[in-house]
Write a protein that binds this ligand. Structure first.
Ligand SMILES: Cc1ncc(COP(=O)(O)O)c(C=O)c1O
Length: 325
């Protein structure tokens, strides 16, 4: 890779301290701005790591096809890498993914396949099953398999974790991250706990996802799951990349809490993040409200709010969907 490749700008994202919306005097809350990655999200880290590993193992050959199921951000990272490296990209996603995200993938040259959000996890129409089918039909294609590929978690263990440790001079006390594949929370949390076993890891989960029930009871009933508006976190199945043994506690959040906090982050702190960044900061503030001791909480802003201008940053959309401003 040459020194001026866009791939060199992946990672080493800024860590900034909340200045206005944190009312707790003894507690500092830091947010890691993953939208500084070139395709606009945390997913650049894992896609680079997984593709480079596949190339080294001969699983992905020059001119080959990369297939992935993605809520959009992994797709953007795949499409960007495919454009640079000369691969074809085919990306499947549920239809709740914002039009901005879908169009960004097309602009980067990828082919997209949109499936119904309501498709059950075991139905052939579900976006994961659609990606599996497409990959099986194209000889020599490579599926990123972000949910079950442990290289996903490893990417965060090797990059996000060490960056947070260095940027806080080893003083981070709590780490907060919501999860879908679980790669971000599992890899980063594992690294941080290895540096200091006293660090606590908290995971917010959207109401409607099965992760909270699974964490609390060790099992889940898919009938208790439901759809929600926040894009990119929570699940309807257990991903292999998600390691619950590093999670100390979980919080459930609503769409309203995530969107209100994201809007506050933008208007008060100048940080235009996505809905999951709002959820993470909401959870960091909730955690701060429960702590008696001083603390340095670190959380993640996984992606860029520009992808949601037609959704929760749009007052009309908020009203139409029953949310308050
Ligand atoms: C916007 C957004 N936030 C957070 C996440 C969660 O990251 P992870 O898959 O590492 O758990 C994702 C994953 O798709 C995402 O798209």
């Amino acid at each position: 890779m040459n020194n001026f490749s866009i791939l060199n700008s992946i990672g080493n994202t800024p860590l900034v301290k909340l200045q206005k919306i944190n009312p707790y005097k003894n507690i500092e809350i830091f947010v890691k701005l993953e939208f500084f990655n070139p395709s606009g999200s945390v997913k650049d880290r894992i896609v680079k790591h997984i593709i480079e590993d596949a190339e080294q193992k001969g699983l992905l050959k020059p001119g080959g096809t990369i297939v992935e199921n993605t809520s959009g951000n992994t797709g953007a990272a795949v499409a960007m890498m495919a454009a640079i490296k000369g691969y074809k990209a085919i990306l499947t996603m549920p239809d709740k993914v914002s039009i901005e995200k879908q169009n960004a993938l097309k602009a980067l040259g990828a082919e997209i396949v949109v499936t119904p959000t309501s498709a059950a996890p075991d139905s052939p129409e579900h976006y994961v099953n659609t990606a599996k089918r497409i990959a099986s039909e194209i000889p020599g294609s490579f599926r990123i398999d972000q949910y079950d590929n442990l290289k996903n978690t490893e990417a965060h263990y090797l990059t996000t974790g060490p960056e947070i440790w260095q940027q806080t001079n080893g003083e981070v006390t709590h780490y907060v991250a919501s999860g879908s594949t679980g790669g971000t929370i599992s890899g980063t949390g594992k690294y941080l706990k290895e540096q200091n076993p006293k660090i606590k890891v908290y995971m917010p989960d959207p109401v409607g996802s099965i992760y909270y029930e699974y964490f609390k009871t060790g099992e889940f009933d898919i009938k208790n799951s439901s759809t929600y508006h926040v894009e990119g976190v929570g699940e309807d199945h257990i991903a292999k990349a998600m390691n619950f043994s590093i999670v100390d506690e979980m919080f459930q959040f609503t769409d309203q809490e995530a969107f209100t906090t994201a809007r506050l982050l933008a208007s008060q702190e100048g940080i235009l993040g996505g809905g999951t960044g709002g959820a993470n900061v909401w959870a960091a503030l909730k955690l701060a409200s429960q702590l008696n001791e001083s603390a340095k909480i670190v959380t993640i802003i996984p992606d860029n709010g520009a992808k949601y201008l037609s959704k929760f940053y749009n007052p009309e959309w908020m009203k139409e969907n029953g949310f308050t401003l």
